[in-house]
Write a protein that binds this ligand. Structure first.
Ligand code: W6P
Length: 423
């Protein structure tokens, strides 16, 4: 069909990675003209990324790619792909206006990296100079004088953001839908383990999803702060905070995890979590990602400790969080004395496995209001946290002493020049 060949066509283009630094440089006090360039970049880039995912879903083994849940997810990607390629390109008038208002500097316009070396991409008629996003050194040369822009520019931006919001919402249930697919797959295959091939597919798929949602979220946020005429709120550029205060975010994660834990196990006394962190340490990051990862690690440690010592214990061994500041990395170590993980089970920790205890949540008849989410162990927390870490050039590692406890090392790159990893 025509659709199939369009998807195949877009999937032949390489995906273009963006670094945290580029996102920040692009998003600092963007004018409507800059936002339009962002919209044009996403208008080109998102269909490529979505097409790659559709092709990957199709090339899953026969017994997987025909499962209802997998087909539902594929449908979402195809619908969003269609919406984007049917979204009109900015009109000649709009593009001319933005180009006119652009102060031409020394002509050294820069592209997002990656594609300029790819001959296929250069042949593509979709690429025009308006696709280019200036880097910070050239920002002021290329910035746009907002007063000179016709209203059509902001109208176009607003309409594109609406499309992005719709797409983002459509894809909200992707993780749970695919998780349901994994459950069905394991039932059908009568196995508890998931195939290495499937594991790698899911890692790539979810990593790609993190990237797509980051770019979409950034464009939505930048438009909203521009519309509300508020200067950038404090240190925020979209969802990125240029001065993320590590101690503050980690302490917040500690408080939340302890609260959830006490509530879940109905504890008299919740394990103490000690934090050692340089008071003033800050770096460029997405605070919500940082919170998510640390919160996830702490829930695992709390669960291990409470389950080892029982929910009636008066005292638990303290969980220790140490934050270290290096030149390349900020590393957050979470240490618990929760008995550790057998070496043979280490690999399982990173696989996407919904254990039987969690299946009720995936039953459509199941009453969510009755359900008590397990403290940790939906099976997705750790592998997804590792993907969040890797997305900006970090990593997550576990070292365990069976019979004693576990150390989790969360490495976060502070260089912020790492391009998005795009498999
Ligand atoms: C455990 C198992 C685990 C996973 C992740 C982080 C901490 C811990 N502790 O016992």
């Amino acid at each position: 069909r025509e659709l199939a060949s369009r998807i195949a066509h877009f999937a032949r283009f390489p995906q273009t990675g963006v670094s945290l630094r580029q996102m920040v440089e692009f998003g600092q006090n963007p004018s409507q003209g800059t936002l339009l360039r962002g919209a044009q970049f996403l208008h080109d880039e998102l269909p490529i990324r979505l097409a790659h995912r559709v092709v990957e879903l199709d090339s899953l083994p026969e017994n997987l790619n025909q499962m209802p849940s997998v087909l539902r997810v594929k449908r979402m990607y195809i619908d969003s792909f269609n919406e984007l390629i049917n979204f009109p390109k900015a009109s000649e008038r709009i593009r001319e206006a933005v180009k006119e208002a652009t102060v031409q500097g020394n002509g050294d316009q820069r592209h997002l990296p990656g594609n300029q070396h790819n001959p296929a991409y250069q042949e593509s008629p979709r690429i025009s100079s308006s696709h280019w996003i200036p880097s910070i050194q050239h920002r002021y040369h290329y910035d746009v004088k907002p007063t000179e822009l016709p209203v059509e520019v902001s109208e176009y931006n607003r309409s594109f953001v609406q499309t992005l919001e719709k797409i983002k919402r459509r894809h909200d249930p992707v993780v749970t839908t695919l998780a349901q697919g994994v459950v069905e797959y394991k039932q059908r295959m009568k196995t508890q383990k998931i195939d290495n091939h499937v594991q790698h597919f899911l890692d790539r798929f979810y990593l790609s999803r993190i990237g797509i949602r980051m770019l979409i979220g950034q464009q939505i946020e930048l438009n909203q702060s521009q519309q509300q005429k508020q200067r950038q709120q404090g240190d925020y550029v979209g969802v990125i905070c240029t001065h993320t205060r590590v101690k503050e975010v980690v302490q917040e994660a500690i408080d939340n995890a302890r609260f959830i834990c006490g509530d879940y196990y109905m504890l008299m006394s919740v394990p103490v979590i000690e934090l050692h962190c340089p008071q003033e340490l800050e770096f460029m990051y997405v605070p919500s990602h940082l919170h998510h990862m640390v919160f996830e690690l702490l829930k695992n440690s709390l669960r291990a400790v409470v389950e080892l010592f029982g929910d009636e214990a008066e005292h638990y061994p303290t969980i220790k969080v140490v934050v270290a500041e290096g030149n390349e990395d900020i590393t957050i170590k979470v240490s618990d004395e929760g008995g550790g993980i057998p070496r043979s089970a280490m690999e399982q920790v990173w696989t996407y496995m919904y254990t039987t205890a969690q299946t009720p949540m995936l039953d459509p008849e199941f009453d969510k209001s009755d359900f008590k989410a397990p403290l940790a162990g939906f099976g997705y927390g750790l592998p997804l946290s590792r993907l969040y870490a890797r997305y900006f050039g970090g990593d997550l590692k576990l070292i365990s002493m069976e019979g004693y406890g576990t150390d989790a090392y969360l490495h976060l790159s502070r260089l912020s020049d790492n391009e998005e990893p795009l498999a």
